[in-house]
Design a protein around this ligand. Structure first.
Ligand SMILES: [Mg+2]
Length: 209
């Protein structure tokens, strides 16, 4: 059996949303943060610096607001079909996100994801402090987690799926880098562009059991 690993980006890949925009809505700053996120995903600005300034806009959002954010999350069509197919063929599913553990820790297990990594939002007095806790999961960190998970599982084939400029490093580190629902820069550099916004379109590309 071919040991393989499929790593997905979270925002606009695993799910239809950009979580940071949903949290920013709770601070009344959704439009401003959406524009900054769009620029970061197109690769026009440094990801880590952009993330820090967008997270600063979340300052004061109460932790209790995450319940509303979670209700608005919409999994991408075909996601459970893809994850089930990976598992049937003996593979592992990872998610690596420039978004946040606060949301991914709820969504990833529901969807059957095996391993995941994201950023953490600092909290003070039951509200977001506007800072990121610890190291930022940027493009280099995404590629590094793909390599780590592949090595841990002795996976000889890796598939990386993403939509944003911060996914390009992990896509080039993988055996196969797939642009999904992707920005022009990402489509141009991918091994293959998946057209439909339906993750089950990836199933024929998985190694056979
Ligand atoms: Mg994304």
């Amino acid at each position: 059996m071919t040991r393989f690993l499929v790593v997905l980006d979270a925002d606009s890949t695993l799910i239809r949303n950009e979580v940071i925009e949903l949290i920013a809505d709770e601070a009344g700053r959704g439009a401003e943060v959406a524009a900054a996120t769009e620029a970061a995903m197109r690769g026009e600005v440094d990801f880590a610096a952009s993330l820090r300034s967008r997270v600063a806009a979340l300052r004061g959002v109460p932790v209790s607001a995450f319940a509303r954010v979670l209700e608005r999350i919409e999994p991408t069509p075909g996601v459970t079909d893809l994850i089930d197919a990976v598992h049937e063929r003996g593979g592992t599913v990872g998610v690596v996100s420039g978004g946040f553990h606060e949301v991914l820790d709820v969504i990833a297990p529901r969807l059957g994801v095996d391993v995941w990594r994201a950023n953490r939002l600092a909290v003070a007095d039951e509200a977001l402090s506007g800072e990121v806790e610890g190291d930022i999961v940027d493009a280099a960190a995404k590629a590094s987690w793909l390599r780590t998970w592949a090595a841990e599982r002795d996976a000889s084939v890796t598939i990386a799926i993403g939509d944003g400029a911060n996914d390009l490093q992990m896509m080039s580190a993988a055996t196969l880098g797939l642009a999904f629902n992707a920005k022009p820069k990402v489509r141009a550099d991918a091994d293959l562009v998946v057209g439909p916004v339906d993750l089950s379109a990836v199933i024929p590309l998985l190694p056979r059991a």
